[in-house]
Design a protein around this ligand. Structure first.
Ligand code: FPP
Length: 247
């Protein structure tokens, strides 16, 4: 609480993206199955979404399942899909009540029909909500997102809808999975490893990165506030000098 009071309202990041790592190790340390780590991870998801809403963060993107995660043992993949489905079903009412809009990025075609249905229902039912945007990166890969964008871009160039000479960063970004989502201001990674792991590669060009040793199942509001306090102290220069930024 003390910590929270000291946060400056104008220094709250608009978009926080999170790599939720360390579920497996959290479970292993307790002699539990990896799946139990993911179950506890879901509690952290609930707590963090509530906290982000309270703190006035506008966009939260969660790396819930990467394209590489499809290569995990089948029972772990199945359980992650079940958890996701459970979340989308059990939290929908609260999400609606809090004015949160559910969105997703990733290759949907690989998701099981039951997950896709629940995801589409959540997106549909919350599409008018504006209080906060909750983005699930699901079956997501940053390189693949860029490749998918380029593929569509080439089609449009071939059809004469896009002039290759006119292509700039802004036009390119319109081909990403959800161009309405602003670039993240802050990327949090739990579990202690300093890697980007194919997450939002285009979008994190100028994002501040915060890595914490806390494993995802233990991550709560206090840890989020700690990351925000660290962010508050950063000077975002976007390639300019410190003196330029200050003036
Ligand atoms: C990484 O931990 C985490 C994942 C691959 C999945 C994240 C999923 C959840 C938190 C649960 C469900 C999510 C939602 C959004 C409903 P890891 O297993 O790689 O951990 P390790 O590095 O310790 O092995």
């Amino acid at each position: 609480m003390m910590q929270e009071r000291r946060l400056q309202p104008d220094a709250i990041p608009r978009h926080v993206a999170i790599i939720m790592d360390g579920n497996g190790r959290w479970a292993q340390d307790r002699g539990l199955s990896r799946i139990e780590g993911h179950r506890q991870g879901l509690e952290a998801v609930r707590a963090v979404i509530r906290a982000a809403h309270e703190l006035g963060i506008e966009f939260v993107t969660l790396y819930a399942f990467s394209l590489e995660n499809w290569n995990r043992p089948q029972d772990e993949v199945d359980e992650l899909m079940r958890l996701l489905e459970h979340y989308l079903e059990s939290e929908l009412d609260e999400v609606i009540r809090n004015g949160i809009r559910v969105r997703s990025i990733g290759r949907r075609d690989r998701l099981p029909t039951s997950v896709l249905e629940k995801l589409e229902k959540a997106e549909q039912k919350t599409r008018e909500n504006r209080e906060m945007h909750l983005v699930f990166a699901l079956s997501y890969g940053g390189r693949q997102e860029i490749v998918d964008a380029v593929r569509q871009l080439l089609r449009d160039a071939e059809n004469g809808k896009l002039d290759p000479e006119a292509l700039d960063e802004k036009t390119f970004a319109e081909y990403l999975y959800d161009p309405e989502i602003p670039d993240p201001d802050l990327l949090i990674r739990t579990g202690g490893e300093s890697r980007v792991s194919n997450f939002l590669l285009w979008q994190i060009a100028y994002t501040e990165i915060f890595v914490t040793d806390v494993r995802w199942p233990d991550f709560r509001k206090d840890h989020l506030v700690e990351a925000l306090r660290d962010y508050e102290r950063r000077e975002r220069r976007f390639g300019r000098t410190s003196a330029q930024v200050r003036s």
